[in-house]
Ligand binder design. Structure first.
Ligand code: UT7
Length: 332
């Protein structure tokens, strides 16, 4: 039976490090508050413009191809998960294809925020198992720093996010011991307004007005405590469901790679699933929340650090705006 293997994973973050103390010079916050509530110590921001997620993705894809031992020219489809596309349209996937020198290959953008990587993984897995493509490049890439409100009004959100990209190369295999075993994703749009950017909006006439800028609806807004409660309920629920339907127990898991939104959320998820702390990857302290990039970025680092090896069972879990959430099980 045809399955999907993760052949290589790579990542790239911009060189500019922004610490919590740097943010505290811009608005009222503190290193202590940010670390206590989120676990974040620093994040990366782009150091020049123009620089979009498609630019950050180029070195990430090259690294993933090197690890997969394939040429970039072998990629035959791109899936780009992002909530901060370079432009409203066209998508970041087509820009990436051009920057990689891959004219003509299809490129699909996925707009499912922090769960975007898992939605993309499910699509890539279906494409490969159907025999449509042989080398799918799945990217999560974000540039948040150009769209945050660095004032007291926006501080609850501005401290959370960072820029970065990560890429995976996926290809067909018949080896059931080295494949994507399962991906389950969900959505509930009743939570849309609890974490969103309200403007500009194509449902408004016109889409953008001075008033929207003045009333700050152009910046991301979040009801943090409500999102926190949803995340700590849905992430363990979907992770447990994926484990159960594959007949896997937590003892079989080598590493939990959760979306990095808040260290406290991930500690809670691990505790609820009874996964011991040494089997959970956290890198939010270095990068903040990189939304669609966070799971492949953490996986790429885990592979680089030797925390996981070929054949290991890895569990992914994510929750994000939409709301969207999901979990995945992969044997590396
Ligand atoms: O990846 C997408 C999914 N996103 C998430 O999963 C995020 C989920 N939510 C969270 O992680 C947490 O809700 C936050 C980290 C965002 C906030 O932590 P919290 O413990 O829920 O804090 P809070 O929003 O209840 O705010 C507590 C206090 C408030 O002050 P008062 O009303 O108690 O006087 C805020 O005004 O902290 C204040 N506050 C800040 N203080 C210093 C909010 N932001 C900041 C800040 N620095 N940056």
């Amino acid at each position: 039976m045809l399955r999907t293997a993760i052949l290589g994973v790579g990542h790239h973050v911009p060189s500019k490090v922004v610490t919590n103390d740097d943010l505290a010079k811009m608005f009222e916050t503190s290193d202590e508050w940010i670390q206590q509530r989120t676990g974040i110590k620093e994040r990366r921001f782009i150091d020049h413009v123009p620089c979009g997620p498609s630019d950050l993705a180029v070195p990430a894809v090259r690294m993933a191809c090197e690890r997969a031992k394939i040429e970039v020219s072998e990629i035959d489809a791109i899936i780009f998960a992002t909530l901060s596309p370079d432009y409203t349209f066209p998508g970041s996937g087509v820009l990436l294809g051009d920057k990689l020198g891959l004219p003509g290959i299809p490129a699909l953008d996925i707009r499912n925020q922090c769960s975007g990587f898992l939605y993309g993984l499910q699509v890539a897995d279906a494409w490969i198992r159907a025999g449509m493509y042989k080398r799918v490049c799945l990217v999560g890439g974000e540039v948040h720093s150009t769209g945050l409100d660095f004032t007291n009004e926006g501080r609850d959100v501005a401290v959370l996010f960072g820029d970065g990209a990560a890429a995976t190369i996926l290809g067909p295999t018949e080896d059931a011991n080295r494949c994507v075993m399962d991906v389950q994703v969900h959505a509930d749009g009743s939570g849309a307004q609890l974490l969103w950017i309200e403007s500009p909006a194509s449902c408004q006439m016109p889409r953008i007005t001075h008033e929207m800028i003045d009333n700050r609806s152009v910046w991301p807004s979040m009801n943090g405590p409500k999102v926190f409660r949803w995340a700590t309920s849905k992430m363990p629920e979907v992770a447990q469901a994926v484990l159960e339907r594959n007949g896997v127990t937590v003892a079989d898991i080598a590493l939990l790679v959760p979306h990095q939104a808040n260290r406290r959320i991930n500690e809670f998820v691990a505790q609820k699933l009874e996964i011991p702390p040494e089997k959970v990857i956290h890198n939010i302290e270095k990068y903040g929340n990189t939304t669609a990039a966070s799971i492949p970025l953490a996986l790429s680092e885990a592979i680089g650090e030797g925390r996981v090896k070929e054949g290991d069972l890895v569990l992914f879990a994510a929750f994000g705006a939409g709301f969207t959430w999901g979990a995945g099980l992969v044997r590396l």
